[in-house]
Design a protein around this ligand. Structure first.
Ligand code: GDP
Ligand code: MG
Length: 266
């Protein structure tokens, strides 16, 4: 199955098997949107802008093959629990964020991790302990003085110690510390191309969109690089209906159709 994407003035075709969704979860004000901004634009903004739910899409041409990464930047408040459950169901890789200077945000990450394992074990026909979900837990704002630290590293490391698909990073979106490393490890765990990491591909602006999807796409100036990424300017969050179809197609693809009736959105 191919997905057709409208991106600027061009149409891009991405095989469904190369489409992934990254979901960013955590309490409010811990730095989720700042991490997403680092990923997409490399920039950081000191201003706080509350997020309702932001959706972004990045498309890649990696040695001639097209990939798509959708990014769901959630609000942290989750007035509608069913929406959080849906976000979890549609996610392929997860970033759970807390702020190192905020104990409650760490407790929230623990709750979210538990919920992800519960929700996904239903889809994957696996027990909570063995659901192989690529997930990174980030203790953000490690640029703050140690005096403000409310969560010890060993406490956070305990959350990931029993799962090889789960890693813990102390990062700073503000200073851009450990952010690229975190994405690199997340994509490695998910078996996605390393080139999806911000530091490992050439960023292409949308004006090149017309030729971007062609196998022969190359920029003459940079012959040694063969991975390119472009932010889709008009990406819209898919409807709930599309999300449900996406989940269904994933379940079917994984050959576990008989388990799907167990998964109800409530
Ligand atoms: P969100 O609600 O989780 O999306 O959090 P935001 O990304 O909007 O960030 C909340 C506030 O924390 C903003 O004022 C950011 O500038 C600030 N912030 C985000 N990341 C960092 C960081 O690594 N260090 C510091 N000191 N501040 C940060
Ligand atoms: Mg936000």
């Amino acid at each position: 199955m191919m997905k057709t994407l409208s991106s600027g003035n061009c149409t891009l075709s991405v095989p469904a098997k190369n489409s992934y969704r990254m979901v960013v979860l955590g309490a409010s004000r811990v730095g989720k949107s700042s991490i997403v901004s680092r990923f997409l634009t490399g920039r950081f903004d000191d201003q706080y802008t509350p997020t309702i739910e932001d959706f972004h899409r990045k498309v890649y041409n990696i040695r001639g093959d097209m990939y798509q990464l959708d990014i769901l930047d959630t609000s942290g408040n989750h007035p509608f629990p069913a929406m959080r459950r849906l976000s979890i169901l549609t996610g392929d890789v997860f970033i759970l964020v807390f702020s190192l200077d905020n104990r409650e945000s760490f407790d929230e990450v623990k709750r979210i991790q538990k919920q992800i394992l519960e929700v996904k074990s239903c889809l994957k026909n696996k027990t909570k302990e063995t659901a192989d979900l690529p997930m990174v837990i980030c203790g953000n704002k490690n640029d703050h003085s140690e005096v403000y630290r409310k969560v010890r590293s060993d406490e956070a490391e305990k959350l990931v110690s029993s799962d090889e698909n789960c890693a813990y990073f102390e990062i700073s979106a503000k200073k851009n510390t450990n952010v690229d490393e975190m994405f690199y490890v997340l994509f490695s765990m998910a078996k996605l191309p390393h080139e999806m990491s911000p530091a490992l591909h050439r960023k292409i602006s949308v004006q090149y969109g017309d030729t971007f999807h062609q196998k022969s796409f190359r920029m003459r100036r940079v012959k040694e690089m063969d991975a390119y990424g472009m932010i889709s300017p008009f990406a819209r969050r898919p409807s709930v209906n599309s999300d449900l179809k996406y989940i269904k197609s994933k379940v079917l693809r994984e050959g576990q159709a008989r388990e799907r009736e167990k998964c109800t959105i409530q």
